[in-house]
Design a protein around this ligand. Structure first.
Ligand SMILES: *Cc1c(COP(=O)(O)O)cnc(C)c1O
Length: 397
């Protein structure tokens, strides 16, 4: 079948909730993707920050194939060794206490919100349930996650959403304080805002929020779904701030391509929130996805992926800053590690993305005016150079 036919046929049968780019992607190798006609693309999107190890990283496919041959799924009524191993590795990497595996990021958020409310209910009874979330945040599309997503465009057609959410401004401690009252039970935020436009938390803000939470026994939920798993040069972005969450959410790169997420609790939250019967999932944490999580974390450790991010991102930042000096349509750069955004002025960012695709470079957008780069963590200098070369051509006309 030709690419055109596939695109047309897909539009007949797939619900139109995405305006897709015209690519029909067929296979991947390393940090490159190929369409059906064999055109090669340097991938600086990584399936939206999922493919942290790129495509066919040594050892990853083998671990998954081995698990397929043994056992895919058993339900959460029983134990499995892959689940134990995956959870143990997440605990070791985070220094937290307990894991609940989900099938997606949005489900990890739902679980985190339920755990926070359950904690508060156990300690303080029925009337302490409010959650403070941030403007311009993104936490997912299910009703609870949408309720804490600070973007009216996503929310309005689906109201009423989950009740008891108040919004504050990110990186503005006073505005968070102003939303706290006797009903507040938790504060949720992304350690680095992703979809909203690549905004890292300021250290004083994150420290201040942690302090507010400690003073009032509010649970701090840090959403690490996009910024976690090594992307910022720390295994989890909060580790670079010295501020610990009570609950953290993971997904995207956690399984590097298999659908898996998790909410991870510290000892206090784990011991005093969800109990048997409070929460569940049929698929969540099945042996297949957990074999992937275990393999990913094993590779991260063995091959020092996080250390590599620190090295290569310094070079990426330098090259992007040079690019910014050359092109007046770049108003600024924001980001941490391999989560970078260029703020575009005077022309639509979508146009630059399309031009990049023509040049054989995959980049995406964030917010209304940010060109977002979230490449596989295994890129090398030569790939950064190739990015700059292709992006320069896309920006030139
Ligand atoms: C992608 C994302 C989500 C939602 O994850 P899904 O797997 O798409 O449900 C939640 N929070 C953040 C920060 C994300 O980037």
């Amino acid at each position: 079948m030709t690419e055109n036919k596939i695109r047309e046929d897909a539009e007949q049968v797939i619900l139109h909730t995405y305006n897709r780019y015209p690519l029909v992607l067929d296979r991947g190798e390393g940090v490159y993707l190929y369409d059906m006609e064999g055109k090669k693309y340097l991938d600086f999107a990584a399936g939206i920050a999922v493919q942290a190890l790129g495509y066919h990283y040594p050892g990853y496919d083998e671990a998954l194939k081995g698990q397929i041959d043994k056992l895919m799924h058993i339900s959460n009524l029983y134990y499995s060794q892959p689940m134990e191993e995956a959870a143990r590795r997440v605990i070791r990497a985070s220094g937290m206490s307990k894991v609940f595996f989900t099938n997606s990021g949005t489900e990890a958020i739902e679980g985190a919100l339920k755990a926070a409310r359950r904690y508060s209910y156990n300690q303080y009874g029925e009337n302490r349930y409010e959650i403070i979330a941030m403007n311009h945040s993104f936490h997912g599309r299910s009703m609870g996650a949408l309720a804490v997503t600070g973007n009216e465009k996503y929310q309005i057609p689906f109201r009423p959403l989950v009740e008891g959410v108040r919004f504050a401004d990110y990186n503005n401690l006073e505005s968070v304080k102003a939303q706290i009252n006797e009903k507040t039970c938790a504060i949720i935020l992304e350690t680095v805002q992703g979809e909203g436009g690549i905004y890292p938390a300021e250290p004083a803000f994150l420290e201040g929020v942690r302090k507010l939470c400690d003073e009032r026994d509010l649970l701090l939920i840090l959403d690490e779904i996009q910024c976690g798993m090594g992307r910022t040069g720390e295994m989890f972005a909060w580790q670079g701030y010295g501020v610990k969450p009570d609950i953290m959410t993971c997904a995207k790169a956690l399984g590097c391509g298999v659908p898996v997420g998790a909410f991870v609790l510290n000892e206090k939250a784990a011991a005093n929130s969800l109990a048997p019967g409070d929460h569940g999932t049929t698929y969540g944490g099945n042996p297949f996805v957990c074999a992937a999580v275990a393999a990913v974390l094993d590779i991260f450790e063995k091959d020092a992926i996080v250390e590599h991010v620190r090295e290569i991102s310094a070079y990426l930042e330098k090259r992007l800053d040079e690019l910014k000096e050359k092109y007046s349509c770049i108003a600024g750069r924001r980001g941490k590690g391999l989560m970078q955004g260029l703020v575009i002025q005077g022309r639509p960012v979508g146009e630059i993305v399309l031009k990049s695709l023509e040049e054989g470079l995959i980049v995406i957008t964030a917010g209304s005016d940010v060109l977002r780069m979230v490449p596989p963590l295994v890129i090398e200098r030569e790939h950064v150079d190739e990015l700059i070369e292709k992006l320069s051509r896309a920006l030139a006309d």
